[in-house]
Design a protein around this ligand. Structure first.
Ligand code: ZN
Ligand code: FE
Ligand code: FE
Ligand code: ZN
Length: 277
């Protein structure tokens, strides 16, 4: 990791990480809190993959019976002064997800609900095991389909921010800039009206694409529309907390953002970006 006491992580909250409850991450909530504390990260929000009682992608998430463990782990740590800790969830949008999520997300005491799309019509397009299906996919059509699912996500009004907005680029498949701009603009217009935020997610730097989600091109268009941003490492291991937040901050500034949001009880508050030195 680049960060060291000489080169500390920018003082930004990390609003995206997963614990062992999701079956593909290492570490307990406490381990993530400790790691963030050592790195000087002021605030964190756990966003483990939400349970889906209909069985959707059950191998990558806690089941509803385990949810009380997640909540209890948070309750035990919630009075932490440094870092502060918030209670969140990363919920997948898919056709029919509202049947459970609509009620559950309002009943549970979440500070932050991150909305993500990891599949299109049953294809886990970001799953290494299903990567070969890209070989026979039309790239522009796939991206259009993905954005139409994201549009439905936005229209539900159930989510506070979108996780890794341009996830289909994970293995390097993407349309040319001009086509991408054309398909992204109407979505971003809609997002701006809805008030939903965008997460700057550094996990893409650890993936074949080696790029933050979303790309500077999309983030610049988001900034023009004043769509609020937050920051997430998408850590699946405590040592990844705050992963390359210096690049995320530099990119936010580069495309002219001056503020980011913090959230509590699902209410966003705009805060000045920290100085870069
Ligand atoms: Zn995960
Ligand atoms: Fe995700
Ligand atoms: Fe995640
Ligand atoms: Zn994620």
């Amino acid at each position: 990791m680049k960060n060291s006491p000489q080169n500390p992580i920018p003082k930004l909250p990390d609003y995206h990480f997963h614990t062992s409850l999701c079956k593909h991450a290492k570490g307990e909530l406490r381990d993530f809190l400790n790691s963030a504390g050592i790195k000087g990260i002021p605030e964190i929000c756990c966003t483990d993959h939400a349970p889906n009682p209909d069985g959707f992608d059950s191998e990558n998430r806690m089941d509803l019976k385990q949810y009380p463990l997640y909540r209890a782990a948070f309750e035990e740590l919630k009075d932490s002064d440094f870092p502060k800790i918030l209670f969140g969830i990363e919920a997948d949008y898919y056709n029919g997800c509202e049947i459970f999520l609509k009620q559950w997300l309002t009943e549970e005491p979440f500070d932050f609900v991150l909305g993500s799309v990891h599949s299109i019509e049953g294809w886990g397009f970001d799953n290494p095991a299903e990567r070969h299906l890209w070989d026979s996919a039309d790239i522009s059509t796939t991206w259009k389909n993905y954005f139409s699912v994201i549009t439905k996500l936005v229209d539900t009004g159930l989510f506070d921010a979108i996780g890794h907005l341009d996830l289909p680029k994970k293995f390097g498949h993407r349309p040319p800039d001009k086509a991408l701009k054309e398909m992204t603009a109407p979505l971003l217009d809609r997002m701006a009206i809805s008030g939903i935020g965008i997460e700057i997610n550094t996990s893409g730097l650890r993936k074949p694409v080696k790029e933050i989600y979303p790309s500077p091109l999309i983030l610049r268009m988001a900034c023009e529309r004043e769509i609020p941003i937050c920051f997430g490492s998408d850590s699946h291991n405590p040592k990844e907390m705050g992963f390359d937040f210096e690049s995320a901050l530099a990119m936010a500034r580069e495309v002219s953002y001056t503020h980011y949001f913090r959230i509590k009880n699902r209410k966003k508050k705009m805060v000045l970006l920290p100085e870069t030195d």
